[in-house]
Design a protein around this ligand. Structure first.
Ligand code: TYD
Length: 210
């Protein structure tokens, strides 16, 4: 049986990494062999692209940026995500195509039609079975990433108007895809948020995890 494809989205500092880790451990305890991966990234080539697109100091224009995101996604989808799903593994992915609609579409102002064309080429139409949107106010997100002690990437360094546009785009995506995307309040404590995710998984897929 094909595995489930679950993606996590949200602004920076929303707590995706922590929730993915908790869910991955619980699925492993329940006898699954989940694959945890991320975008941009997930293959050697895509991780190289990530490095350029998140940290290169020279200016990358919006079109170049979106092409790099989808080049990484195409490689990652074909080499890692599809084979894992086909072999029956669950895939937990930190961001996927919704992030391009939110950041390159909402944030940078590129047209959705352009992103949709690239999506078709890069993903072959692959959509997550479930997308968990961890929604957090911009100020709270900035406070959390500020406390990480690592240098900020190109997106974390953007002005708050950019981050507000990204957040609004995510809200729009959730409203337009209510069957796939679930919007959760990420200002809750880690344990409370995780409880919501557990309930969601049991409702959607009938899996009971602790
Ligand atoms: P993320 O892995 O969440 O960063 P962190 O290491 O801080 O947890 O995401 C990296 C950044 O890449 C994030 O700011 C959003 C951006 N991004 C896009 O702009 N478009 C995309 O398609 C993807 C996948 C990510």
């Amino acid at each position: 049986m094909r595995g489930r494809f679950i993606t996590f989205e949200g602004g920076d500092g929303a707590g995706k990494t922590t929730q993915i880790e908790l869910l991955s451990q619980a699925l492993s305890r329940a006898g699954q062999d989940p694959l945890v991966t991320r975008e941009p990234g997930g293959t050697k080539l895509a991780e190289e692209i990530r490095n350029w697109v998140l940290h290169d100091a020279s200016s990358i224009d919006a079109e170049t940026e979106v092409l790099l995101m989808f080049a990484a996604r195409s490689h990652h989808t074909k080499k890692v995500i599809e084979p894992a799903l086909t072999s029956g593994r669950w895939v937990l992915c930190d961001r996927y195509t919704d992030a391009s609609y939110a950041y390159q579409g909402g944030g940078r102002g590129l047209p959705n039609s352009l992103i949709a064309s690239l999506e078709k080429i890069a993903t072959g139409g692959l959509k997550p079975d479930l997308t968990i949107l961890l929604d957090l106010g911009i100020d709270a997100g900035v406070r959390r990433t500020g406390g990480r002690g690592t240098s900020h990437d190109r997106f974390e360094s953007e002005e708050s108007a950019f981050k507000e546009r990204v957040r609004a785009a995510y809200h729009h995506i959730a409203e337009a895809n209510g069957d796939r995307v679930v919007n959760l309040d990420a200002s809750q404590a880690v344990g409370e948020l995780y409880n919501h995710i557990k309930i969601l998984l049991s409702e959607r897929f009938g899996v009971l995890i602790d």
